[in-house]
Design a protein around this ligand. Structure first.
Ligand SMILES: [Zn+2]
Length: 299
């Protein structure tokens, strides 16, 4: 072994409020037009594609807000800054309905290969826009495409964020070191608990095929949920209003949420509430280290 970084170890067990055995959160990423524009700016000239994406804030979010009100769940909505500029009314409606607004980039920029200065500028532009439009200073962050950089934890801590939800190496939240003795609560996610891979079909941009039925999508999510209690995990489902806001999908999601809300073993909360709880546990930070070429190169 020549690795110089601290060895990684599994996440600590987490105790949940009210004697519950696990936690669950239902989150939505309001990507809207931004995710298409950042992938290909000429998407702006494709009227139908723009309406496919605008369905999220225009039609999906109102339906999901009504559904969340019926089931009595407080959710977390990750909003790119540009979504807030283009659809300010619906972003204010999300706040008025009592849900959490969190940071999701400016134009949903994928951060692979992006330097810290540019990443910091994106974070600041998103923060300023959410404060301006929605009147909130978010404490939570989710990297677009869940693509965190090794610089992200420090940049987020510099800006006072409490938590991130973009990493994939655990089933339960943990304290992620963020430099200078600071840490972020990390609430892990996974592609298998995302509606994108199930439902997203946009010619030339994202072509998941076949478009799955709501029954199949929710069956897959339910299987993860059912098995997570044994490890005291945190089930985090990620939906996109332009996808899961469609009628049949929203109805199936409502059935899943109703069943989980009725499960006495589970604490259902927003990610902000979960992060606040985890922070109160004062868990020892666990390192997530970057592989060092010296560890794998020959000689
Ligand atoms: Zn997104």
């Amino acid at each position: 072994m020549t690795g110089s970084g601290p060895l990684m170890r599994p996440a600590e067990p987490v105790t949940w409020p009210e004697g519950r055995e696990m936690a669950a959160a239902f989150t939505f990423d309001v990507d809207a037009e931004s995710v298409a524009l950042v992938a290909d700016p000429s998407s702006a000239s494709r009227m139908s594609v723009m309406t496919h994406q605008a369905y999220g804030p225009l039609t999906g979010v109102p339906r999901l807000l009504r559904m969340l009100d019926r089931v009595g769940v407080r959710s977390t909505f990750f909003v790119p800054g540009y979504t807030a500029v283009r659809h300010p009314g619906i972003v204010r409606d999300i706040v008025a309905a009592g849900h959490e607004i969190a940071h999701h980039g400016w134009l949903h920029e994928p951060l692979a290969g992006v330097g810290p200065e540019e990443e910091a500028a994106i974070l600041d532009r998103g923060l300023a826009t959410l404060e301006d439009v929605a009147g909130v200073r978010p404490v939570g962050y989710r990297a677009p495409m869940w693509e965190l950089t090794w610089a992200s934890p420090g940049l987020l801590a510099d800006r006072g964020f409490l938590y991130d939800s973009s990493l994939m190496d655990a089933d339960r939240p943990y304290e992620l070191p963020a430099g200078e003795g600071r840490s972020l609560v990390e609430i892990p996610i996974h592609w298998g608990l995302d509606d994108w891979e199930q439902y997203c079909f946009v010619p030339g941009l994202s072509e998941s095929t076949p478009i799955e039925t709501p029954a199949k999508a929710t069956e897959s999510w339910r299987a993860e949920y059912d098995a997570m209690r044994e490890d005291g995990g945190c089930f985090v489902l990620t939906g996109h209003p332009f996808l899961s806001g469609r009628p049949g999908r929203a109805a199936a999601l409502e059935r899943l949420i109703r069943d989980i809300v009725a499960d006495r073993h589970t604490w259902v909360a927003s990610l902000g509430e979960i992060a606040t709880h985890v922070r109160s546990l004062r868990l020892p930070p666990r390192s997530v280290t970057r592989p060092d070429p010296a560890e794998w190169s020959a000689g």
